[in-house]
Design a protein around this ligand. Structure first.
Ligand code: IMP
Ligand code: MG
Length: 171
């Protein structure tokens, strides 16, 4: 596979997810917790983060796709796969690969909030610094990065590179 330049190494990601998992385990100790992965991008983060969460947590997934131009999100999101379960009264933690404009997540959170979860928080591996077009209150952030386009660890370019074991910059 053509290799992208390493921005965040496998080792750095592993250490960060272990730390995030430990924090989540402490914050939700003795609480019910449902972790919700946003497909497809979050599938690797979810799998690796989940193994550092030492709680009887449950999992669900949503799949969304944004309408409009290819590289810029419009903020209007279509739910391709909804949650399998009700979230009323539950602690919900959305797991994301990356927050860019924040529009996707903002829309998603709005549509989940009306279902009246007990709490609704976000854990993301990557946050593009200072370019959110809507404020997103992100409880757990792995790494803050610049505005550059990254691939790997779940993130794709035209559907490819999700399986790179690190976060890379396209050459
Ligand atoms: P938003 O702009 O925060 O709504 O991000 C929407 C989606 O765009 C993210 O969930 C990713 O799937 C994708 N995305 C944003 N930035 C990148 C990137 O640097 N690489 C790959 N995908 C990205
Ligand atoms: Mg995504």
């Amino acid at each position: 596979m053509e290799v992208a330049k390493v921005l965040i190494s496998e080792e750095e990601i592993a250490a960060k997810l272990a730390e995030m998992g430990k924090q989540i385990s402490a914050d939700y100790a003795n609480e019910d917790l449902l972790m919700v992965g946003v497909l497809k991008g979050a599938f690797i983060v979810m799998a690796d983060l989940a193994r550092h969460v030492d709680l009887p947590v449950e999992f669900d997934f949503m799949a969304v796709s944004s309408y409009g131009a290819a590289t810029q999100t419009s903020g209007v999101v279509r739910i391709l796969k909804d949650l399998d379960q009700e979230i009323a009264g539950r602690n919900v933690l959305i797991v994301e690969d990356i927050i860019d404009s924040g529009l996707t997540l903002s829309y998603l959170m709005k549509s989940l909030r009306v279902r009246r979860p007990k709490s609704l928080e976000v854990a993301t591996l990557l946050l593009k610094k200072d370019i959110q077009r809507v404020p997103i209150d992100t409880k757990y952030v792995g790494f803050e990065i610049g505005p550059e386009f990254v691939v790997g660890y779940g993130l794709d370019y035209a559907g490819k590179y999700r399986n790179l074991p690190y976060v890379g910059l396209m050459e």
